[in-house]
Design a protein around this ligand. Structure first.
Ligand code: NDP
Length: 320
């Protein structure tokens, strides 16, 4: 293995957890290497206003925040790699990381901060009409629906945030939720209620999305009221799915202990996984808080724990 392919510590993922881990590891002189994946900056790059990250009294744009974190990590001797990891071998040290480009890296300690990805309803039309009116990112695609009526599916913070964002462009935004009570934060619910362009559609699930790819795209979403079983079509040209996220753990092929939903399990009050030398931080191991600031917090923890692990290992090696 060539020297430039072996590193003391590698970080998988370029979101708030990965970049914060890099800042701390860099400052500890560990020369971290971050493989940023296909979406450098993580989920915050597809959001607009971030009003709850401490230190920005007037809020900050998600992409700008991530750009600042990345630059801060680079200031402390972090190497950024633009590649996607396709597989990992964690049964012995050094750990082996294979990337889409064919490059293979090894490392003595591995920090996993691969985050989570948007979930889909699982109906065929989501795939056939993706890019033709179906999207999981209002921030990315909302602009294309200027002056049109759209629907957002979900009842959490993401759904409400996306619905409010879409009112900047759209005439009407239906918020289709399977219950009659939102999961979103109270303050966001209040903002939504005050927004006349948002029309809640309670107790309703999506049965189908109607339209034709390439021929005008989406023209309606077929919904079913779960209390009355009544079926109706909402005339919309865009459907934004905002029903939560799935942790990005496929590349670990169950080598690391996970919960039923696929989130990596870490030891209590720690970022250590069941494999010594493999640590996890951010949304990939947190299904409760899932905030940029908590991801950054565990990013700090993970770097400190990886450093302690390496010092112990290298101390042992010297003694042998
Ligand atoms: P959540 O898991 O919080 O909410 C998902 C929503 O989608 C729920 O209302 C859920 O319904 C609904 N849902 C799930 N599966 C289906 C399905 N198959 N069919 C129909 N509806 C479905 O995910 P979010 O992405 O909204 O939020 C994730 C985390 O990120 C949260 O902790 C949130 O607080 C945070 N966040 C914070 C933001 C901010 O502070 N600015 C912005 C965005 C997210 P039900 O309620 O019935 O379970």
């Amino acid at each position: 293995m060539s020297e430039d392919k072996h590193h003391r510590v590698m970080i998988l993922g370029g979101g708030p957890a990965g970049y914060t881990a890099a800042i701390y590891a860099g400052r500890a002189n560990m020369k971290p290497v971050v493989i940023q994946g296909m979406q450098p900056g993580g989920q915050l790059t597809i959001t607009t206003d971030v009003d709850n990250f401490p230190g920005f009294e007037n809020g900050v744009q998600g992409p700008e925040l991530m750009e600042k974190m990345r630059a801060q990590a680079e200031r402390f001797d972090t190497t950024m790699i633009f590649d996607a990891v396709t597989s990992t071998k964690l049964d012995k040290r050094p750990f082996e990381i294979t990337c889409d480009s064919g490059d293979v890296y090894t490392c003595d300690a591995l920090i996993i901060a691969t985050g989570a990805s948007a979930r889909w309803l699982g109906i065929p039309a989501e795939k056939t009409l993706n890019g033709f009116g179906v999207s999981a990112c209002a921030t990315c695609d909302g602009f294309f629906f200027k002056g049109q009526d759209v629907a957002v599916i979900g009842g959490g913070d993401t759904a409400v945030e996306e619905a409010m964002f879409l009112t900047n462009f759209c005439s009407k935004v239906y918020l289709v939720h399977r219950r009659d009570e939102l999961r979103a934060e109270k303050v966001m619910q209040d903002q939504m209620k005050a927004n006349e362009k948002i029309v809640p559609v309670w107790d309703s699930v999506v049965e189908d999305i109607l339209g034709e790819a390439g021929k005008g795209g989406v023209n309606a979403v077929k919904i079913r009221n779960v209390k009355t079983d009544e079926i109706s079509d909402l005339p919309v040209t865009g459907v934004f799915i905002a029903i939560g996220h799935t942790p990005n753990t496929g590349i670990f092929d169950k080598q690391i202990d996970q919960d039923d939903a696929g989130y990596l399990l870490t030891k209590p009050d720690s970022t250590a996984t069941n494999i010594p030398g493999v640590f996890a931080a951010g949304d990939v191991q947190d299904k409760t808080y899932r905030q940029a600031v908590t991801a950054a917090g565990t990013g700090c923890m993970v770097a400190l724990e990886a450093e302690r692990f390496l010092n112990e290992q290298e101390g042992d090696a010297t003694r042998i």
